[in-house]
Design a protein around this ligand. Structure first.
Ligand SMILES: [Zn+2]
Length: 256
């Protein structure tokens, strides 16, 4: 006689529920999956069986589905191609001008990208924070270079534009660098201004806050911050990052 399994009472054991639990997308129903040689094909739809017209609010009528493909996070190391069966809806209010539309859910994927939202965030972190190349990340996800690059640009720009990313700054260090690149046998010069948060006196952990093309970024007025002391700015080669193949020179600037 086989021994009784000692399973937790709250363990999910239904095959479909287990699958949906592993997929982990919000309010999504798993329709099926297929394993290919190099990737897994996963079909899903949302659980939204009723929708109101976004224009007039009248309950909409179903108009079929449109299948849109996305690259998702890997599943146990295998790339996943997600087929989202997007619902098509039609407004039944005769006076409404909206007509028909396709459902959107940014929690699953944005409307212009070919990565799911979570895959795009992961890719952005891999490239922007961990320094992996777009090519490497694309190989991991099993998609093309442009798919990852578009997502990294879209999500990276949101992070850069977020004013909260800078936080409190005790003092700024600016340095301009001249990069020289060989292009078709000609040497082209590119200036870049690097901005660092030097931190409080005695703190040696300098944090990179931004890089701006050109050599005049440091001459622009800096945004006023109540907590930042006026003129708390350091310039010159003393703050130069360890970058080879470039030279730096002090820049003049003013703190607003
Ligand atoms: Zn309507």
């Amino acid at each position: 006689m086989a021994a009784l399994r000692d399973l937790p009472s709250d363990l999910e054991t239904g095959p479909v529920k287990v699958c949906e639990l592993l997929v982990g997308l919000p309010d999504v129903r798993v329709l099926g999956a297929k394993r290919h040689e190099r990737h897994v094909e996963l079909h899903v739809e949302t659980t939204a069986d009723v929708a109101g017209c976004p224009e007039c609010g009248v309950i909409a009528s179903g108009k079929g589905w449109r299948v849109v493909w996305f690259s998702d996070l890997t599943c146990f190391g295998t790339p996943v191609q997600l087929a989202w069966h997007k619902r098509r809806w039609r407004c039944v209010e005769p006076s409404c001008e909206l007509g028909s539309w396709t459902e959107v859910d940014d929690r699953i994927a944005g409307s212009r990208l070919r990565l799911t939202d979570r895959a795009a965030r992961w890719a952005t972190q891999q490239v922007g924070e961990l320094g992996r190349t777009v090519t490497e990340v694309a190989a991991t996800l099993g998609c093309d270079w442009h798919t990852v690059n578009d997502a990294v640009i879209a999500f990276g720009e949101r992070l850069i534009d977020d004013p909260g990313r800078i936080g409190e700054v005790a003092s700024l260090g600016l340095d301009e660098h001249l990069f020289v690149r060989e292009e078709h046998g000609r040497r082209r010069r590119h200036f870049v201004t690097t901005i660092c948060d030097l931190g409080p006196v005695g703190d040696v952990s300098k944090r990179l806050r931004g890089r701006h093309p050109g050599r005049h970024a440091g001459r622009r007025p800096l945004p006023r911050r109540p907590s930042a002391p006026r003129g708390a700015v350091s310039t010159g080669a003393g703050e130069r990052p360890a970058t080879s193949g470039c030279r730096s020179s002090p820049v003049k600037l003013r703190a607003a």
